[in-house]
Design a protein around this ligand. Structure first.
Ligand code: BGC
Length: 746
């Protein structure tokens, strides 16, 4: 009996303990753990290494098939207590290999003194692109063209499930850089040029990743990147200096980060580059004053690849690696994507012992990292039970990927309604992207640069999709035209003998980051020659652009009968392109950026009045090839009855706007209604217009809908002389399509 009572007592104690543990917040648990940790263990938590550092090598190359190295695991995870691992050794793995990697890492972390789990992070930026069999979706630039945040949320949820299914709780996505420079090779990783659109889509993605369906799915963390001001380097080249005045920084580049932080984003990756001469990884102003004090960001800051070392090797602001570590950790870095050396932890410890970094800074960073690990449920044992590893979902995701591609692909031009094709159209398909899977997906696809085709052989290319839709007899294919070289003229003409239309699949090969740098925005001459030649031969020329940024082609654009901008539409992209060309799907994408006419001049749509002026001799004012928001349909929409409920408003009011939109064509279609506002006069030269709201609506032929918007007056704010958002009293224009009205703010 006594024994029984003791047992009951013990059991109740245990239960109480469990219950009190359960009631503790992630931060409370993290604090308790932190209090037991040595400096070495804390510093280990602040270290992130690439998987290569725990992988087996043959000579200097990572072993194929990839394998972990047990001695390295012991050293890295147990002895050094490294808190985070990232990425893949080269390419996609199947689910069994992920199971092996994640469970092994977990096994070793359980052998460390405090059994602190490892946080695994990955670049699954358009689907679980490092897991074999995962659906790949359109890249962000295409997602933005859908103007459909709800669908972006859905996509992010499915991606989170797939990535979690590989045992990984953290995704280095979304990119919230605002793409103001089309030369920049990461243009396609963004949601385009408009801060409002980027914010809306970014928040939608964060919600999708982090909203774990009321606890039915294990928690998952988003990572906003790349904080901040990365996307407008003066040279257009990746990781080169940007010069951004604080006013523009706040109004354009910071805004999406501020919104996504307010939406609860858990982590942020820092911009590898420099702004106004200061590398962001060393900037207390950006990492502390703005990020922590103003934006109240509570999560972890992670460096980008090797960017602490880069403070000495590339940026030359620190004389040694050790000094670079002190500089960046003191500026506010929590977790270092080291990722290729074991010296970081040692130097960090030395810096603390020598008083160059305060113990409190280490505690602050470690606490944030541990808190995230608790929030993500990583301390649950086992963290990812074997049965929770699951093959990527295939049915819902494929459907969604196709739908997103259809909603994104943007019809830029359709002279004489050459599209959609008539059912007896005879078509020649050619061009470097006609039969090329990689051009559909771009970078971060099975490999960093996305150039390996062996992982998704089942993905259908544009020419095959067109054959499927239009029939083999009507579609022929000419192979051999590359980006920079075309076949001899007689071969090109012979191939088109029976065709009345030539579909040219043009654009770019895949790239990301530095390898995508270019010196000229102009589309390769060889590709433009194809346009000239076929037009001269009397063919209808339909150009399909698969590319990550708008490559200029002002001289040959007038020769194109139709232009379809497909972005990087993902695995289902070719089907969507074929369905749009053949008329099965009515295009509805809108450009999320301004397509420049000339390689040497680029002005975003939200430019200043002076940039729109033509002088007496030359029309040099804002005159892009296609402006932000442009996108045609196979039907026509008319706008009428723009009505604003109250035109005299105060700072705390909302503007209620109604407008009628009618589909006046024969086909059902979808229109995105874009509401722009502009100050008439302001103390800082106002933009000619700024997007302030949007809505996608479906309209059957002849259908008319009244569309309503509510915009807070405070959302019309701009960053004033004091570098703070303000709304100045006065007149504002509200513009919707061809309609305009005005309001007065008291
Ligand atoms: C890129 C990041 C990426 C990181 C980890 C860097 O080179 O700039 O966007 O998340 O690598 O792969």
């Amino acid at each position: 009996m006594k024994k029984y009572l003791v047992l009951v007592g013990l059991f109740s104690l245990l239960l109480m303990q469990c219950n009190t543990d359960k009631n503790k917040t992630a931060e409370q648990k993290a604090k308790e753990l932190l209090s037991q940790m040595t400096l070495e263990e804390k510093v280990g938590q602040m270290t992130q290494l690439t998987i290569e550092m725990i992988s087996a090598y043959d000579s200097l190359t990572i072993r194929e098939p990839h394998a972990l190295d047990t001695a390295k695991l012991q050293n890295v995870i147990v002895n050094l207590g490294v808190g985070s691992i990232l990425n893949v050794g080269g390419h996609t793995y199947d689910i069994n290999h992920w199971k092996e990697i994640i469970t092994n890492i977990e096994k070793y972390s359980q052998q460390s003194r405090l059994k602190i789990p490892v946080l695994y992070g990955i670049d699954a930026i358009h689907g679980a692109n490092y897991t074999v069999g995962a659906t790949l979706y359109p890249q962000q630039i295409g997602l933005a063209a859908t103007f459909n945040p709800e669908m972006a949320t859905k996509m992010a949820q499915l991606v989170a499930n797939d990535v979690r299914g590989s045992g990984i709780p953290w995704n280095f996505s979304p990119v919230l850089d605002v793409a103001r420079n089309p030369m920049w090779p990461r243009f396609w990783e963004t949601f385009g040029e408009d801060p409002f659109l980027v914010s809306q889509m970014g928040v939608a993605m964060v919600n999708g990743y982090q909203n774990n369906n009321n606890g039915t799915v294990k928690p998952f963390a988003a990572c906003l990147k790349h904080y901040v001001g990365y996307s407008n380097p003066q040279s257009g080249h990746d990781r080169t200096p940007a010069y951004i005045p604080e006013r523009q920084l706040r109004e354009i580049y910071l805004l999406p980060f501020a919104k996504a932080i307010a939406a609860g984003a858990k982590t942020i990756m820092i911009n590898s580059s420099e702004i106004n001469g200061e590398p962001v990884h060393a900037s207390k102003f950006l990492l502390k004053t703005i990020l922590r004090d103003e934006l109240k960001f509570k999560g972890i800051t992670v460096t980008d690849w090797e960017d602490i070392k880069n403070l000495t090797t590339r940026h030359k602001v620190a004389v040694s690696y050790k000094e670079a570590i002190a500089l960046s950790i003191n500026a506010g870095i929590d977790l270092a994507m080291v990722p290729l050396d074991l010296e970081f932890t040692q130097f960090l410890i030395e810096n603390v012992k020598e008083g160059k970094i305060k113990q409190e800074r280490i505690d602050e960073a470690t606490l944030r990292i541990l808190t995230l690990k608790y929030e993500l449920g990583l301390f649950d044992q086992p963290n990812t039970p074997v049965e929770n590893f699951k093959e990527p979902e295939q049915i819902e995701s494929k459907k969604l990927s196709y739908e997103l591609a259809c909603q994104s692909i943007t019809l830029l031009k359709n002279e004489g309604n050459v599209l959609p094709f008539s059912s007896n159209e005879k078509i020649l398909v050619t061009g470097p992207n006609a039969d090329y899977i990689n051009a559909l997906n771009g970078g971060w696809t099975h490999t960093w640069q996305g150039r390996d085709t062996s992982f998704n052989p089942e993905v259908i290319t544009v020419v095959n999709a067109l054959k499927n839709v239009m029939g083999n007899a009507q579609v022929s294919y000419l192979k051999g035209n590359t980006y920079t070289q075309h076949l001899p003229e007689n071969v090109l003409l012979n191939a088109a003998q029976n065709a009345n239309t030539v579909v040219l699949c043009l654009g770019e090969d895949t790239y990301t980051e530095k390898p995508g740098d270019i010196n000229d925005l102009e589309l390769d001459e060889a590709q433009q020659n194809l346009i000239k030649l076929y037009k001269k031969a009397g063919k209808k020329v339909v150009v399909v652009l698969l590319e990550g940024r708008p490559r200029t082609f002002a001289k040959t654009e007038p020769l194109c009968d139709a232009i379809l901008y497909a972005y990087l539409p993902g695995n289902e992209g070719a089907l969507a392109i074929a369905d749009i060309l053949s008329g099965k799907v009515n295009p509805s994408g809108k450009l999320p950026f301004t397509f420049p006419r000339y390689a040497g001049t680029h002005t975003t749509y939200d430019c200043k009045f002076t940039e729109t002026l033509n002088n007496d001799f030359k029309p040099l004012g804002f005159n892009p090839l296609f402006s932000f928001g442009h996108g045609l349909s196979y039907t026509n929409f008319t706008y009428s009855n723009l009505a604003i409920a109250n035109r005299n408003l105060s700072a705390n009011d909302s503007i209620s706007i109604n407008v009628n939109v009618q589909n006046v064509g024969a086909k059902n279609g979808t229109e995105t209604v874009l509401i722009y506002a502009a100050d008439e006069y302001a103390s800082i030269t106002p933009s000619v217009k700024r997007l302030r709201a949007f809505k996608r609506i479906d309209l059957n032929s002849n259908e008319k809908k009244e569309v309503s918007f509510k915009i807070a007056v405070s959302d019309l704010a701009f960053v004033g002389l004091e570098n703070k958002f303000i709304v100045e009293p006065g007149k504002f224009f509200i513009t919707v399509a061809n309609l305009q009205d005005s309001i007065f703010i008291k």
